[in-house]
Design a protein around this ligand. Sequence first.
Ligand code: ARG
Length: 283
Amino acid sequence: MPTDSVTDRRSYLKAVAAGSVVALAGCTDSGGDGGDGGGGDGGDGGDGGDTPTDEAPQIVAGTAPGFPPFEIKEDGELTGFDVELLEAIVAETDYEFGGWKEFEFDALIPSLRDEKIDAIAAAMTITDERDNAIDFSNPYYSADQSIIVRDDGDFDPSDLDDLSGHPIGAQKGTTGENVIQTELIEKNKLDESNYKAYDNYTLAVQDLENGNIDAIVLDEPVGATFADQRSVEVSFIYETGEEYGFGVRKGDSDRQQALNEGLDAVQANGTYEELRNEWFGTN
Ligand code: ARG
């Protein structure tokens, strides 16, 4: 990170945008990023079998924007808590930050496995199923699910059962979708035809505002952010005790360890808290 105080994230973004934030080619020199490329090559053992080039090893990151405040497009630029946090973490490691690639959420794990990206930073909950397919860093954020509705007050459910008979939505491949499937559809409390799966939550919120669906199940910090910005409100929280981690390829213990050490470093030096305050306020 270029400075020790993030007083204005827009000007910070402008400063780094040209260098790394929207780099898609996968091989920029991330001009504004501050992280040294790791004096001399050969620095990191090179085992693990997937070192992409002979130069400074890179971390190309993938995300799925439309999930405020974790990953968003602002005036065409990718930003958000995850975006700034991962870049700050990588700057603490010997890896060079190789830019961002955007995917739909359910394409992230396949893209990681196919080596289109080296890390996932997408508010991705660490689940047993995902943990079989990829590896995760240590947790960096905790969240429950929330249920949001239009803020006109006509429909105000207070538990999952109240959603019976209503058209509801979630983003494909998410833990919110999983709640709908396991707690409602599989328990015959909701007909499958009443579930609408979206490519991203921004589209779901539009449909909710337009009256095409009556509720959305999504991570609580994101529900709260949409409630601030759009004509929707949180009607209740469904506790799931989820923890987000950064994904790396299975067996890529070098990057996993680097991200864990980088996370420890930004937690110790105050950057983590600064970013949390910046994107979530101080409480
Ligand atoms: N935490 C939830 C999950 O892991 C939702 C994540 C959605 N992230 C996103 N960038 N759209 O399934």
